[in-house]
Design a protein around this ligand. Structure first.
Ligand code: ADP
Ligand code: MG
Length: 719
């Protein structure tokens, strides 16, 4: 849906640059422009337009409405008091400092100490001057004191503010007073008309008792005397709710627009062919198992998307072991059937390699040419793979993010599959998008369809803010015949018993993973520990063939060890978390994780997902060392109680909060300044509905709202 550009004369255009910037521009032609330093600093805070200043809302409030007499100050509290300077000296012990003594009418005294100070401050606090000070009260060696309080010279009758004083997020060199003034000026110039159509406001703002935006903004910058102070401070005041609603609305609009923009582009239509001779049909027939109901459903959803002439943007969610790979293979086969290429990208070389092995096993016997492309390849091999992609000789290219490097071009790329997409960094996800966008630029060229896969399911409300620009398919069923994994928590003190169990399992023909302790602070130490663990276990279990795999191993050796393990030539695989994602060896039925208390829930769940992939009853032993922190205890308990990825994600969210859970800086949450997904999740649904209404019925309002709230920061949302 094409949206009209924002007209500069639009009455709702409150996006004018601040007056200072305008003046600067006007002057620039004539006299050599004097550097307007503070304006630059404001720009650093993202405050380049009046509307930015108007929406630069307080991060907290200070209560300066009361004075506490010096005699009633208590150490440990933050307070405001007043007195007359009786002494002002620069002391040198223990280091140079300014010490100012205040006395009030009752004769009580308070010392102010400044470790960094200017000459002007010494003058400002000369004896006889009356000061109003605010700061943390401490019981110092010589009685009560404040270190670096906020200080203001006052007269006997300077009135106290009636309402709370806002404190704004700032940066070094921009004082609160300056910000307050700049904001007030901007407020005076900015009418901030209500841009939500009355019908939308009636349906969404009114039931929630939200005030008009202009009123909300004014209340937050200049709280009225009778405003509910607690609600203002903890962010539950209706004025705050209105701001959060508008912000979430902007986020939803932006995500939906990004979605629709991409939808509006062209992609090759790759319908599923009929008959037994299609690659899809032959692959389905050759599979050693039947698709589960859930797999069949998502395969159909994807097949329909691929047939459409617009790029698919689909996220395939499915718990660890739910069988996403075969779904991806069928999607690739559909693209290949239509004469297009498919690319499959995985976050680690181990995982990519495993996909390559698996998909080659399925597809090469059916005559498909598969190329392998990873960073570790020799230059010559890389060039050969890139050439196969460029000529179209390779129908399927599997690899790491080397696939999206600039030197790799595809002849007829129809589908890009990204496995464990949450594992890719923002930069890589953006590079992939950019590559897809570029692919669409050429004459008559198409953008490829995209299928993202993830084993980290996220709760619905969060999905609405994070994946609102994606369609989601979910595999909610595990393949049949899996025996549930039993998880045991065992103290490290009983290590010997665990080793005996490993021997037992291996001698019965089973295979075992032993995951080394995580040492986040040092990769070298991590490596060293892995090698030591390997040595000890190899010594303790001489009758077993033991392998070691870690991140620093050259890729060829890594591949060799993994190969040997998948052929059961290695019975015990000592590994770091490199095996965390996707590794699939069904005969492995015992996993030991050392220092399990150091791992996060999602990571433990992923690791544990390496076992329980075959028909043998599987056990996961979580070795832990005391003392356990409260949250570590929670995590381990959760692991013992459930193997359901959705339930684990829910508890993880509960334990950690959404910011950490999602790696907030990695996503659209970065742009939420006011709404907080923990406390304001209930606002997402109405914001989402309002966004849908605006997009459908009021396209010009969409633009006005986005200009107001985002002003060029939309790109964060697209990562
Ligand atoms: P994940 O969703 O974690 O990527 P995989 O695609 O690696 O899971 O699948 C896990 C295992 O289940 C693999 O060994 C795969 O071959 C097997 N599998 C997938 N689908 C089925 C099915 N419908 N029936 C039986 N086994 C299946
Ligand atoms: Mg997988």
């Amino acid at each position: 849906m094409p949206l009209p550009p924002l007209r500069p004369t639009d009455p709702a255009d409150d996006t004018a640059p601040p007056a200072a910037a305008k003046r600067k521009k006007a002057a620039a032609g004539k006299t050599p422009a004097k550097p307007v330093k503070t304006a630059d600093k404001l720009a650093k805070l993202g405050l380049t337009r009046d509307i930015d200043l108007v929406l630069h809302l307080p991060m907290r409030y200070e209560d300066e409405t009361t004075l506490t007499p010096i005699g009633e100050l208590l150490p440990g509290e933050t307070a405001q008091t007043e007195g007359v300077v009786v002494d002002n000296e620069i002391a040198y012990r223990p280091r140079r400092q300014l010490v100012v003594k205040l006395r009030d009418a009752d004769g009580a005294e308070l010392s102010l100490r400044f470790l960094n100070f200017y000459g002007s401050q010494v003058k400002q606090m000369a004896p006889g001057v009356r000061l109003r000070v605010r700061g943390d009260v401490r019981g110092g060696f010589f009685g009560l004191e404040m270190v670096h309080p906020a200080v203001r010279p006052v007269d006997d009758d300077t009135p106290l503010p009636q309402a709370l004083t806002p404190v704004y997020p700032s940066t070094a060199g921009v004082s609160q007073a300056y910000l307050r003034k700049a904001i007030d000026n901007a407020l005076a110039r900015t009418p901030l008309p209500e841009i939500l159509p009355e019908r939308v406001a009636n349906d969404y703002c009114k039931p929630l008792d939200l005030p008009p935006l202009a009123q909300a903004v004014r209340m937050l910058h200049h709280p009225s005397v009778d405003a509910d102070e607690t609600a203002l401070i903890d962010g539950t005041h209706p004025a705050w709710t209105r701001i959060k609603f508008d912000e979430l609305l902007a986020q939803q609009l932006s995500l939906k627009r990004a979605h629709e923009e991409r939808r509006a582009r062209s992609a090759p239509s790759m319908p599923r062919g009929a008959g037994a001779q299609t690659l899809v049909a032959r692959l389905s027939a050759a599979l050693p198992f039947q698709l589960t109901g859930a797999q069949a459903r998502v395969v159909a959803e994807i097949a329909a998307d691929l047939a459409a002439p617009h790029p698919m943007q689909r996220l395939l969610q499915g718990d660890v072991g739910s069988g996403k790979t075969v779904v991806a293979a069928l999607a690739a086969a559909q693209a290949i059937d239509c004469g297009y290429q498919a690319a499959m990208m995985a976050p680690t070389e181990i995982l990519a390699e495993q996909h390559a092995r698996k998909l080659r096993g399925w597809l090469e016997p059916l005559g498909v040419t598969v190329a392998w492309l990873a960073g570790s390849l020799k230059a010559k091999e890389k060039r050969a793979a890139a050439e196969a992609a460029a000529s179209g000789a390779a129908q399927l290219v599997i690899g790491t993010h080397a696939i999206i490097q600039d030197t790799v071009e595809f002849a007829r790329l129809g589908l890009v599959i990204v496995d464990e997409q949450h594992r890719f960094g923002v930069a890589q996800r953006l590079a992939l998008r950019a590559k897809a966008d570029r692919a669409g630029e050429g004459r008559g060229a198409f953008q490829p369809h995209q299928l993202m896969m993830s084993a980290t399911p996220i709760p619905r409300t969060l999905a609405m803010t994070y994946y609102a620009d994606l369609d989601v398919s979910t595999i909610d069923e595990l393949p049949p015949g899996r025996t549930p994994i039993v998880t045991k928590l065992i103290s490290d003190a009983r290590r010997e018993e665990v080793i005996a169990r490993v021997r037992d399992a291996a001698l019965r023909g089973r295979q075992v993973y032993w995951v080394c302790p995580l040492i986040e602070e040092s990769e070298t130490l991590q490596l060293q520990t892995a090698i030591e663990t390997y040595d000890t276990l190899a010594q303790a279990l001489p009758e077993l063939r033991v392998g070691l795999v870690h991140g620093r191993l050259p890729p060829a050796e890594k591949a060799a060890v993994m190969d040997a393990f998948s052929r059961n030539e290695v019975q015990l695989l000592v590994a770091t978390t490199v095996i965390e994602v996707g590794v699939d060896v069904p005969n492995a039925s015992l996993m030991v994780i050392e220092h399990a208390e150091r791992f996060g829930l999602a990571q433990l769940h992923q690791l544990r997902g390496r076992v329980g992939r075959g028909s043998a009853a599987s056990i996961c032993v979580l070795l832990y060392s005391n003392p356990l922190s409260l949250t570590a205890r929670e995590r381990l308990k959760t692991m013992r109680e459930t193997t359901d990825g959705f339930e684990i994600a829910r508890r993880d969210l509960e334990i950690r909060g959404p910011g950490e859970f999602l790696g907030a800086r990695q996503s659209g949450a970065a742009m939420l300044r006011f709404a907080n997904l923990e406390n304001d999740a209930w606002l997402i649904e109405p914001a989402r509905e309002a966004a849908a209404r605006l997009i459908a019925d009021y396209p010009e309002v969409v633009l006005q709202h986005l200009a107001r709230w985002l002003g060029g920061r939309e790109q964060f949302l697209k990562a």
